[in-house]
Write a new protein. Structure first.
Length: 254
């Protein structure tokens, strides 16, 4: 299954040697991040080629049975937006975007620093809650519910969406094969692993990873560069992407 769309705002006199950006996030997240990139780099060509598509499972759960909810993705918030949210229901959100979406639904959100390990640390630093519920995707990292339960917090997990695998679009495949410099911001370990399974040449790829866990699969691969964001959030990713684009463009300048 292949899904994708191309956003190209190249000017007529732009150099063919300018780096292109390939976004492999789920399409909605890719479009949102693409808009942010274009606000800084209006001349860049962006290829949107999701390697994952989100399929919501419409979970049936009584949130009043829990004292707090854990969200490790904004998709978890989206998955329960049609459920009845108890007044003053607390939640722990992995990062700022997820916390904002949860707050908009009516949750009292505590914002984590951007990754599951630090989110667990945040939860454990608070006074003990009653039952917690982790609303997650089918594929998740860190086994949060198990770790919290072992630490003395009652925590359950419900799968609220599936992350189905996609293939790179024809345009994305062609971009890799042409050997042009490509910038790839990668936001999850699974997306990183899925990219490797596409068997595309990576020698001209400038990888920007959200975290060490995202970067790990590429260690040992021949890539142009592998950068780990200073902080695990989209602002830091955008800053590193901008710097990388400007660096490559300076190398290609006459």
């Amino acid at each position: 299954m292949t899904l994708g769309v191309t956003l190209s705002d190249m000017t007529d006199n732009a150099s063919d040697t300018l780096p292109e950006i390939v976004l492999t996030r789920p399409e909605k997240e890719a479009r949102d991040f693409s808009d942010r990139i274009l606000s800084r780099l209006p001349e860049v060509k962006i290829i949107i080629s999701p390697l994952i598509t989100i399929k919501f499972t419409k979970p049936k759960v009584d949130l009043t049975a829990y004292e707090g909810i854990i969200f490790t993705s904004s998709n978890g918030v989206e998955a329960i937006k049609n459920l009845s949210i108890p007044q003053n229901m607390r939640c722990f959100a992995v990062g700022p975007k997820t916390a904002q979406k949860a707050s908009e639904l009516g949750f009292l959100a505590s914002q984590g620093p951007g990754n599951s390990d630090d989110l667990i640390t945040l939860i454990l630093s608070r006074p003990s809650f009653g039952r917690l519920l982790h609303i997650s995707g089918e594929h998740t990292r860190g086994n949060i519910s198990k770790q919290l339960t072992q630490a003395g917090h009652s925590c359950e997990r419900i799968v609220a969406y599936k992350q189905e695998t996609l293939s790179l679009t024809t345009e994305a495949l062609d971009a890799f094969k042409r050997g042009k410099p490509l910038i790839l911001p990668l936001f999850s370990p699974r997306t990183a692993q899925l990219l490797i399974t596409q068997n595309v040449p990576l020698e001209q790829s400038y990888m920007i990873a959200l975290s060490e866990a995202v970067a790990e699969p590429f260690k040992g691969f021949n890539v142009s560069s592998l950068t780990v964001a200073k902080a695990p959030n989209s602002d830091s990713m955008l800053n590193d992407l901008t710097r990388t684009f400007e660096y490559i463009s300076s190398l290609e300048a006459p």
